[in-house]
Design a protein around this ligand. Structure first.
Ligand code: ZN
Length: 249
């Protein structure tokens, strides 16, 4: 079976402060970032990794500057590849932040693969993280719209032929990456463990730079070290160059 990955933009967030992406770096700078839904295709049913934001909720509740063209609406973006949301049997959320998990309900026949630890934390985050998980008095988290189809996993697991999740805690307690065995190489869809290529590339002082948001910086370092050993090409979660390249074969 030959697998390939397509990176689809399902919206863009404007003017994000750079230190929220590159830990303690880029003060005074801002960046526009895409929200990316990955579609893994091969001989079997397609697998979707991350489902983006719900535009109306994001604007109303998160005070975020965001845009989504009709073509970037997740179901429309998927159909542009000739894939119907009904065909998808597996959806993976790399973690439960609202910008990665708000459209799970668009996939009625999919089991939703999430780390058990992530579900636990999203249900009881520290106060400063409540908004990212939509754990708010006035709002029920969007991922709960498909809660009955969640298939919790604990650590590493194969979720479809050639597609495996690997635990990469740090950004959140149950963050996970997705390894895809493609034709010529293995890719790691890293989730927010690696936001941008520059996080992975590091600088003169550090081999890698974490995201500005995390729950455990020590676990985060272990996860970055783990990625080095996986022997994969790393695909970041929010880098505009990923959308530009689009195909990972
Ligand atoms: Zn995140």
């Amino acid at each position: 079976m030959t697998l390939s990955v397509t990176a689809l933009s399902v919206g863009r967030v404007f003017g994000l402060p750079k230190p929220s992406l590159t830990y303690l770096r880029g003060w005074g700078q801002a960046m526009d970032i895409p929200l990316i839904m990955f579609v893994i295709r091969g001989d079997g049913p397609p697998v979707v990794v991350d489902t983006g934001a719900d535009l109306a909720r994001a604007i109303a509740h998160h005070g975020i500057r965001m845009e989504q063209t009709p073509q970037e609406e997740p179901a429309a973006a998927l159909r542009s590849l000739g894939v119907d949301p009904d065909e998808v049997r597996v959806v993976v959320n790399t973690h439960l932040h609202w910008d990665h998990s708000s459209n799970n309900h668009l996939f009625p026949n999919a089991r939703i693969v999430i780390q058990q630890r992530e579900i636990a934390y999203a249900s009881q985050p520290v106060p400063w993280h409540r908004r990212q998980f939509e754990h708010l008095p006035e709002l029920t988290a969007a991922w709960r719209r498909a809660e009955d189809r969640i298939d919790p996993v604990d650590g590493d697991a194969e979720v479809a032929p050639g597609v495996s999740v690997v635990a990469l805690p740090g950004h959140t307690p149950g963050s996970q990456g997705v390894i895809v065995e493609a034709a010529t190489k293995r890719y790691l869809l890293a989730g927010d463990c690696v936001d941008l290529y520059e996080n992975w590339a590091g600088d003169g002082e550090n081999r890698h730079i974490p995201s500005g948001f995390f729950t455990d910086i020590i676990a985060y370092e272990d996860s970055l070290n783990r990625i080095e050993k996986l022997g994969c090409e790393v695909v970041p979660s929010h880098d505009p160059l990923v959308v530009e390249r689009r195909e990972f074969r």
